[in-house]
Design a protein around this ligand. Structure first.
Ligand code: ZN
Length: 537
């Protein structure tokens, strides 16, 4: 089944795009609210989802429908009141919770086609959090077997089939599942399952491992869904790891417990003096007044607000992807909870996997707001590119160290140095000037204005380990150049420390001259004086 998935922007592994369906467009990344197939069981009117909450896509349970209405003719869209695209689950999760159900894999497919599901899921077998490896493997093999039978079982309808990926926390099983299911053309979309228990336990680091594993082995041209996401504070994390859509019932489940969501936290209604939100619910009433209303009204008000919060966070995420600032959003949200930080740290450790899908050049400069930001894929990829640059052509190399420099002033100084070199062609012909940058390492002065070298802003207190690793690799690189003399300009304290510990320059026959001062707004005249002085020698 071909699916038209148009990708308009990407950042980290997050993708802004549109899934075109016969029932309308789905903007991705997409939050997919879980709704009960019986209207009376929902706290909100599902027929207002599109107009009031800008919901593009919902998911509901074919298991409940079949159990409740047996073989009665049901039209899914009339039944739920939602006219846009609807995904139906297969009953797999219910089988995990309530034990085996009597549905057959063939029956489940025929049923979803019969009720007019836009996105159907074959009967997979979820893996419980405490399943042993052997049990999980047997379940994966059975799910794969069922997936392989899907092409021969589906009738020619408009249902897009979603390939379920199982494996639990066993990454090799997830890999096998992803490889096989990705090869089945009948699936227009994929979905990673068996994460609900992990999520209830806040194991976001394991979740990130799971998503990254499947992402590496699935066809990137088809969207990836996550079955059972949770609170909006984790939305940026799962999007950055590569989920194009994910369903969650949290907006309603939290409301039932009188819990009020924000993008980063949850409060009990009783705890709030004021609503920190400007959605239509929160603008019109205070927490105290809401508490005086009938219970049904309280719950639907909270569900409505919670749904607005989820949708607002999706807007934030899509904007961040189009602006190239998903890392900034992710890093700020990761501070909401230690377990989110663990998930973010895991993604950070796998940053090399994010390089390909993160634009090399961005509309805005990049922020290094913490030592975590040093693992940004943009920094990793630019460091890799700088490592491949041609060495200096002259025997004399001047290195301007930006360690502890006032970076805001640096680029003006560089411009002046470049025009000085234009006016003094003899100096330029005999000396190469390179820069030692605390974040990116060594690069030639000529490229100092290329993104992101002049377009990043960093905190002052970068970790000593990082700076020393940059210096160490830079000195090693310098030693490999075919040069006779080296002139070091700038703050040399850390360079001297590294040199003392590792004796890199000292082992060579290089003639080295040092001019130690921290680069700031008054440094231009000193640098020009040194250049003139060198030339005068
Ligand atoms: Zn609100």
């Amino acid at each position: 089944m071909n699916i038209l998935f148009e990708i308009t922007a990407s950042d980290l592994l997050g993708r802004n795009g549109i899934i075109h369906t016969k029932k309308g467009k789905i903007r991705t990344p997409c939050f997919v609210p879980v709704v009960h197939p019986e209207a009376s069981k929902n706290l909100l009117s599902v027929n207002e989802f599109q107009t009031k909450y800008a919901v593009d896509f919902i998911i509901t349970s074919s298991y409940i429908l079949k159990n409740r209405y047996a073989d009665a003719k049901i039209d899914l869209h009339k039944q739920t009141g939602f006219l846009g695209p609807i995904m139906t689950d297969s009953g797999a999760y219910q089988s995990l919770v309530y034990g085996e159900i009597e549905f057959t894999p063939e029956g489940v497919i025929a049923y979803q086609e019969g009720i007019g599901s836009d996105f159907g899921v074959p009967l997979d077998i979820p893996i419980a959090i405490d399943d042993s490896y052997d049990v999980a493997k047997a379940k994966v093999e059975e799910t794969i077997l069922r997936c392989k039978k899907v092409p021969a079982t589906i009738a020619k309808t408009d249902t897009i089939w979603v390939g379920p990926i199982q494996g639990g926390r066993y990454l090799d099983l997830l890999e096998e599942s992803s490889r096989v299911v990705s090869d089945i053309d009948s699936f227009g979309m994929f979905a990673l399952g068996s994460v609900v228990e992990l999520m209830s336990d806040y194991q976001y680091d394991t979740l990130v491992d799971m998503i990254l594993t499947v992402k590496q082995h699935l066809d990137p041209g088809r969207p990836l869904h996550l079955f059972g996401a949770g609170h909006p504070s984790m939305f940026p994390l799962i999007v950055a790891a590569g989920c194009d859509s994910f369903d969650s019932a949290a907006y309603a489940l939290y409301a039932h417990e009188k819990r009020y969501m924000t993008t980063t936290q949850t409060f009990l209604l009783e705890e709030l003096d004021d609503f920190p939100c400007s959605c239509p619910v929160c603008l019109r009433i205070t927490p105290k007044d809401l508490l005086k209303r009938p219970k049904s009204e309280i719950l639907s008000a909270l569900a409505s607000h919670n749904l607005f919060v989820c949708q607002t966070e999706m807007k934030n995420i899509r904007r961040a992807i189009s602006m190239g600032t998903l890392w900034e959003l992710l890093e700020s949200r990761s501070l909401a909870h230690p377990n989110l930080k663990k998930g973010f740290d895991r993604l950070k450790e796998s940053s090399h996997l994010l390089v390909k899908s993160t634009p090399q050049i961005k509309k805005k400069g990049i922020f290094v707001v913490s030592n975590d930001s040093l693992q940004r894929p943009e920094i990793i990829s630019h460091k890799q590119r700088l490592a491949t640059l041609a060495p200096p052509g002259n025997k004399n190399l001047i290195v301007i160290s930006l360690l502890h420099a006032d970076l805001e002033e640096v680029y003006g100084i560089f411009r002046s140095v470049k025009s000085f070199l234009k006016r003094n062609a003899t100096i330029a012909a005999n000396y190469d000037i390179w820069v030692l940058d605390p974040v990116f390492g060594l690069y030639p002065l000529e490229i100092s204005e290329l993104f992101p070298l002049a377009q990043y802003v960093a905190i002052d207190n970068l970790s000593r380990e990082y700076i020393h690793s940059i210096i160490r690799s830079s000195l090693t690189k310098l030693v490999g150049f075919d040069i006779d003399s080296l002139f070091l300009i700038g703050n040399l304290t850390d360079i001297n420390e590294v040199e003392k510990e590792h004796l890199i320059l000292g082992k060579t026959n290089l003639s080295i001259k040092s001019f130690g001062f921290t680069i700031n707004d008054s440094s231009l005249s000193k640098i020009l004086f040194i250049l003139n002085h060198l030339f005068g020698q």
